[in-house]
Design a binder for this molecule. Structure first.
Ligand code: BTN
Length: 308
């Protein structure tokens, strides 16, 4: 622990000003503990995000391609920031990271709870020439890449819940929000946003069962910059492959991690709720669900597992 008076001396602040800063960090969700009589300390070792450290962990060829890694202390949303960047001409494969998001966004208009320093908030801009048609399946391919990156980090028992939630023990570990822009039949882009729970505060209410990487890692969880480097590496590899071969190249890797296949599910689609048994995904990445004798295919829906 560091005492309040030590901090005050080091920062040239009054003790009251230090206390106000600590209160501000805590309000953003930072895991700062107060130790009676000793001062303040981080509840766990938490590495600050650092673009140089991330780039140093990349293979040289990828390092040359990822010239633009922006690390923010706080933004509304790393996806929104890159959407603005895309409109302003940001280069292909620009990356945006933040320690805290004030308006983190999830799929379907939901909020993505984004406390300071505890997690990873990552977005990447990918530009395409051939229009948006071929982009179906992109978000599932990104899910496969994210699952592989987390496995590289030591995560065990990872599954994918359609379309692209990463789950472990039936709880959500990471989520992906892909947003597209540009011309439908011309030059266009996708912003691929990834949120990974690294160490959730015990009392955090995420609105759904959640888990974190610290809990499911075999051995110690790697430092945050290393986690980010793995995610960037797997994601860019997957994008190269997706551009060359489409979603088909990911079908086996997706199926191997499909957490819904064979399970009773409820599909919440625009026309209401449908119960059935999940049967994997088709060649475009759409969800297949058997309702008795008919096999339905869903491009967009909310899916939950029913008690069998
Ligand atoms: C979901 O599962 O609903 C998707 C969650 C995506 C969250 C990430 S965090 C980084 C990026 N910025 C956002 O505002 N959202 C994505």
């Amino acid at each position: 622990a560091v005492s309040g008076s030590d901090l005050a001396a080091r920062l040239g602040l009054t003790r009251t000003a230090v206390w106000k800063q600590i209160r501000g960090l805590r309000a953003l969700g930072a895991p700062v503990d107060a130790v009676a009589g000793l001062g303040y300390r981080l509840a766990w070792p938490c590495e600050a995000l650092d673009a140089g450290a991330i780039r140093a962990l990349l293979d040289p060829a990828l390092r040359r391609r990822l010239r633009n890694i922006a690390v923010h202390w706080q933004v509304d949303s790393t996806n929104t920031e890159l959407l603005r960047g895309a409109a302003a001409g940001a280069r292909d494969l620009s990356v945006c990271l933040a320690e805290v998001q004030s308006a983190g966004r999830g799929r379907r208009g939901r909020t993505w709870i984004s406390p300071l320093g505890a997690n990873v908030y990552f977005s990447l801009l990918k530009r395409f020439d051939g229009g948006m048609g071929p982009l179906s399946g992109l978000s599932l391919a990104a899910g496969v890449a994210l699952a592989q990156a987390l496995e590289d980090c030591g995560a065990a028992g990872i599954g994918l819940k359609w379309p692209n939630d990463v789950v472990a023990d039936g709880r959500k570990l990471a989520g992906i929000l892909v947003e597209a822009g540009g011309e439908f039949l011309g030059p266009c882009f996708a912003v691929i946003g990834i949120g990974i729970n690294l160490r959730l505060p015990d009392d955090l209410d995420t609105g759904q069962p959640a888990t974190d990487l610290a809990r499911i890692c075999v051995g110690a969880m790697p430092p945050r910059n290393r986690v980010v480097a793995r995610v960037a590496t797997r994601l860019v590899e997957a994008l190269d492959r997706f551009v060359a071969d489409g979603f088909g190249a990911f079908a086996n890797a997706y199926a191997a991690r499909d957490a819904l296949a064979g399970r009773p599910v409820r599909v919440q689609a625009t026309d209401g709720a449908h119960d059935g048994i999940a049967e994997g995904v088709d060649e475009r990445g759409a969800l297949r669900v058997r309702h008795g004798a008919t096999l339905a295919v869903y491009d967009s829906a909310d899916v939950s597992v029913r008690a069998a």
